[in-house]
Design a binder for this molecule. Structure first.
Ligand SMILES: NC(=O)C1=CN([C@@H]2O[C@H](COP(=O)(O)OP(=O)(O)OC[C@H]3O[C@@H](n4cnc5c(N)ncnc54)[C@H](OP(=O)(O)O)[C@@H]3O)[C@@H](O)[C@H]2O)C=CC1
Ligand SMILES: N[C@@H](CC=O)C(=O)O
Length: 433
């Protein structure tokens, strides 16, 4: 059988995993006849070349995308500008492309999909969203007669790893260092911890789930960097844990999009998805609810998704079918403003009570005090209301709004949230002001 030659761009966490799985040649993979012949890296050392004796290394990735012997390019470099140029060139050269790069697909996915379609080659990116979970394949193939109305889940392994470790008492910095060492985090982890990585994934999911194109700016996005042990104590008090959630709710052509750490009741399955694992729940008209859970980051789990794409493309090449990806016609999403209960976390000097603050906002809400941290659990409100509260509260003496965490409310409809301890509690002595 003639081999299908593959060029690998990047031999880091993901690229190395791909080389390892392809080298193992499982029986299913052996029948695809794939061979990685060349790989691009930044630094070549004799030890590195010796570690991959059958793969010719280069520091010039364009040599690989211009190599006429190579039929499939796997991009695992990361970033936007360089991979965009490389993939455009590869597609123009008639090569099939597989990438794990969500930043690129969220930003230039439509242009690249159209270019691939015009060249009659494949552009696959299963690994770009939720690592090992075959969510894009599922969206492409399993909902033809169904309508997805909302999706919610955990889409960033690094943030989930950090928050899971913090819930067990670990420090933010220690947990982040561990996530980096394990290869879960991006080269610069800012995108992970500020919710940008999950936002890119959410935009890709919205295209496939709803046929709607949204912008980064339309996502209510909040990172995890300001969370403290006291927040986990408050969450525990209300029978919840804190998870880095993505949520999209659709009403017609309108979308409400959120990427934020949120209180998830312990009765909800998402509260038990820990460490680098990701999860997604799709709600749809016929299927009602479908949940997928699996590792969302890491070398072999992510590489497994890349190799599944490789096998699919090889299968199409061998079947002499042209693996055309239809250029999707997408509608532009409009904003949908929903109401969600919120946990407002305040720093105080203990000279003011939760009841007094709630009074000040003209609200009846449950409060919980833990040392200097005072939390108010609000009824379902819009983000606009939260912004008004933030401004009002920050004008009060002795009070500073630390952050506001939404309570997970999957369908966005106003209903009683199932939390524990819905009575006001104070763990320290507090006085009226
Ligand atoms: N890590 C994960 O769990 C997951 C990552 N992804 C995505 O996969 C992609 C790769 O991530 P990851 O493997 O973690 O990244 P790494 O930083 O571990 O690896 C990047 C690789 O690209 C090479 N590289 C960087 N710049 C160049 C260049 N200019 N020319 C040639 N080679 C270059 C590096 O070379 P050198 O080794 O010499 O520095 C390295 O081998 C990213 O888009 C990421 O978002 C997706 C899902 C999960
Ligand atoms: N840095 C990402 C890697 C996978 O996409 C994450 O932590 O989820």
């Amino acid at each position: 059988m003639t081999k299908i030659n593959v060029g690998l761009l990047g031999l880091g966490t993901v690229g190395k995993g791909v080389a390892t799985i392809v080298a193992r040649q499982s029986p299913q993979l052996a029948s695809a006849g794939l061979k990685i012949t060349r790989a691009a890296v930044r630094t070549i050392t004799p030890e590195r070349q010796a570690h991959f004796p059958d793969i010719k290394l280069t520091t010039d990735a364009f040599q690989i995308v211009n190599d006429p012997e190579i039929q499939i390019i796997v991009e695992a470099i990361g970033g936007i500008d360089l991979p965009y140029a490389l993939i455009q060139q590869a597609l123009r050269n008639g090569k099939h492309v597989i990438t794990a790069n969500k930043d690129l697909i969220a930003t230039h996915g439509q242009a690249l999909t159209a270019l691939a379609a015009s060249q009659h080659v494949a552009l696959n990116y299963e690994a770009a969203v939720m690592g090992s979970i075959p969510i894009l394949r599922t969206l492409n193939t399993s909902f033809a007669g169904d309508t997805i109305t909302s999706l919610a889940g955990i889409a960033n392994g690094t943030s989930n790893f950090i928050l899971s470790q913090m819930a067990r008492g670990r420090s933010y910095q220690g947990a982040l260092a561990d996530a980096q060492q394990k290869g879960f985090a991006e080269a610069d982890p800012t995108n992970d911890v500020e919710g940008l990585d999950a936002s890119y994934k959410l935009l890709i999911l919205c295209r496939l789930a709803f046929g709607l194109d949204a912008t980064l700016a339309s996502i209510h996005r909040q990172g995890i960097t300001t969370l403290t042990a006291a927040d986990f104590a408050a969450a525990k008090h209300f029978g919840c844990t804190i998870k880095p959630l993505i949520r999209a709710i659709r009403r017609g052509n309108q979308l409400s999009l959120t990427v934020a750490p949120a209180l998830v009741p312990n009765t909800n399955p998402l509260s038990h998805v820990d460490d680098e694992f990701n999860a997604i729940e799709l709600t749809s008209t016929n299927t009602k609810s479908l949940v997928l859970i699996g590792p969302g980051a890491g070398s072999l789990p992510t590489a497994n998704a890349v190799v599944a794409d490789l096998q699919a493309v090889a299968h199409d090449i061998r079947g002499h079918q042209t693996p055309t990806i239809a250029a999707q016609v997408l509608l532009t999403a409009e904003a949908l403003e929903l109401k969600t209960p919120q946990l407002v976390v305040l720093d105080t000097d203990l000279s003011i009570t939760g009841a007094a603050i709630a009074d000040h906002l003209g609200l009846s809400c449950v409060t919980y005090q833990h040392n200097n941290e005072l939390t108010l659990l609000s009824p379902a409100v819009t983000d606009e209301t939260i912004d008004t509260w933030r401004a009002t509260l920050n004008r009060l003496k002795h009070v500073k709004v630390q952050h506001v965490l939404p309570v997970f409310n999957p369908d966005g409809r106003a209903h009683q949230t199932q939390l524990q301890n819905l009575t006001t509690t104070s763990e320290t002595e507090s006085q009226s002001f």
